[in-house]
Design a protein around this ligand. Structure first.
Ligand SMILES: [Cu+2]
Length: 424
């Protein structure tokens, strides 16, 4: 199903610090001059702070560091790190003494990771101890950070591989000021879709060929990582968000993906391709597609939340947090599952695509795809009649959600309508 890497790249557990405000703005040098005389004490303090900055510059090496036989790679998003938003900083930890000729250094599994984030230029600022987690991909870890404002931060990591002593390293992270980035930059890849027939018709088989193209080079991506047991997860939704399908197109030797698919209804649809080109991390790319044939009667805009869904013997009920959901922060979204026949909790879910459950949320604009993933901090998740997901809704409005899980060998999909933020 959807890609946990993509998901956790953007969302994650809320750091313990929450939002911090700058302690005080950095004063320009001139302000330290008193009546034209240079204050020596402040000059010393300034010098000390400059020295500690340069010490940091030395300590904070490039984004790949080797500590003994271990290699730690910090993968910052290509668009940079912005203040004012929570971000999952991705790390890959590998063992260079065990190198595979194709895969490279072996991933280090089950390492313990602790992180401390501070800002050398503002030493009085409280340090953050962000939460860390293992990603769905071996050797990959995440640090869920929140930078309250722009500047250079120091990310200190303590890594304890299994059966090895702890080692420490420091990265410097440059953070852009909030709002500076403005309109989001185009993604480094785009999705190219060809269909046979050229205009799909509802009720007839369409052959879709999907290609992931690297924007900078125009080249088609050929190699993909396997995420949640698949090379690509394709979510096909009608623009009115009434129809949803989760497919796994087949990877061809040249890197294209082929799917034979029969659209149920005509009208505008959206394809969301969730995949991870090797080395580039996870991406979700969208393309619209127009389907001929009878158009379904467009559903009226939802006027109230739709929080209970029954899918083949299982009642799935949205169980909080309260609506409207918070916008722009990581939240735990819960569902309760019970048997329709006896009302007892459904405790017999089976893992499907590497997790006990999956949640996809799409905003009413039919474009904004919400990243969410199962809360793995709770081992009972999905086994005690509840499913809990970490999600982060980027904007206010209505969202349609689909919870998917497997029971008795069958995949169930339960649809919801939830609202978030201030309603229009
Ligand atoms: Cu999938």
């Amino acid at each position: 199903m959807f890609n946990e890497r993509a998901v956790s790249r953007v969302i994650g557990r809320m750091g313990p610090m929450g939002r911090m405000r700058p302690i005080r703005p950095v004063r320009p040098l001139g302000l330290y001059r008193l009546s034209g005389h240079f204050c020596p004490l402040i000059a010393l303090a300034l010098l000390a702070s400059l020295c500690s900055s340069s010490a940091l510059a030395q300590a904070a090496k490039p984004l790949v560091q080797k500590i003994g036989k271990y290699q730690v790679e910090l993968r910052l998003p290509a668009e940079g790190v912005s203040a004012g938003e929570e971000i999952d900083l991705h790390l890959r930890i590998s063992d260079t003494s065990r190198e595979d000729p194709v895969q490279g250094p072996a991933p280090v599994l089950r390492a313990k990771l602790a992180a401390v984030i501070s800002m050398p230029s503002m030493p009085s600022m409280p340090k953050q101890q962000p939460k860390t987690h293992a990603e769905g991909i071996p050797g990959e870890y995440g640090v869920v950070a929140f930078f309250p404002h722009g500047g250079e931060y120091r990310l200190e990591l303590s890594v304890t591989p299994p059966d090895s002593p702890v080692f420490k390293l420091v990265f410097a992270v440059q953070v852009l000021d909030e709002g500076l980035r403005g309109k989001p930059k185009p993604k480094p890849f785009f999705l190219k879709v060809e269909s046979i027939p050229a205009r799909p018709v509802a009720g007839a088989v369409t052959t879709l060929t999907l290609r992931i193209i690297e924007r900078a080079t125009g080249k088609q991506v050929a190699n993909f990582e396997t995420v949640h047991e698949m090379k690509m997860h394709l979510l096909i939704v009608s623009k009115d968000l009434d129809r949803f399908s989760h497919e796994h197109p087949e990877l061809q030797p040249d890197g294209s993906f082929i799917l034979k698919y029969t659209f149920v209804a005509g009208g505008p649809h959206r394809l969301f391709a969730d995949c991870a080109p090797v080395g580039a991390g996870s991406i979700v790319l969208m393309q619209p597609i127009e389907v001929g044939g009878t158009k379904p009667i467009s559903a009226p805009r939802p006027s109230m939340a739709d929080i209970v869904s029954t899918t083949e013997g299982v009642m799935v009920k949205f169980a909080g947090p309260g609506l409207p959901l918070a916008v722009g922060k990581s939240i735990l979204i819960r569902f309760k599952l019970s048997s329709v026949s006896d009302g007892k909790p459904a405790v017999d879910l089976q893992p499907w695509l590497g997790a006990m459950g999956h949640l996809i949320l799409i905003h009413e604009d039919a474009t904004t795809f919400v990243h969410s993933h199962p809360d793995e901090s709770d081992p009972a998740n999905g086994k005690d009649g509840t499913l809990t997901f970490l999600g982060r809704l980027p904007k206010a409005g209505w969202y349609r959600g689909w919870v998917q899980f497997q029971r008795e060998g069958k995949v169930h999909t339960a649809m919801f309508t939830l609202n978030a933020g201030a309603m229009k």
